[in-house]
Design a protein. Sequence first.
Length: 105
Amino acid sequence: MRVLGSAVLAFEAMIMGFALLLAMDHHGALALSLGGALAIALLLTPGLMKKKTGRYLGSLWQVLMIAYGVVVPAMYFVGGLFLLLGACALYFGAKAERIRAEFEK
């Protein structure tokens, strides 16, 4: 769960960086600052994935990434895809960790 969730969040940070490049021409400093803060938060959250708060923060950042679609409309679609990827990462990662824990007994 940690590894897959962290990978999804790291890729989301890169996608937010690309979204910032798209937003630079047509939007003001506030939209760019919020997007930059979100990209940094997405980049720092994988370190917290060991705890339950990291999973909650990662989910919150993913929802905010979808909300950034107000600035860059393509983020509605891309954010939705990453929300689906994040949910799959949490589900299959937890399943893999349970299997690994059972195997190590």
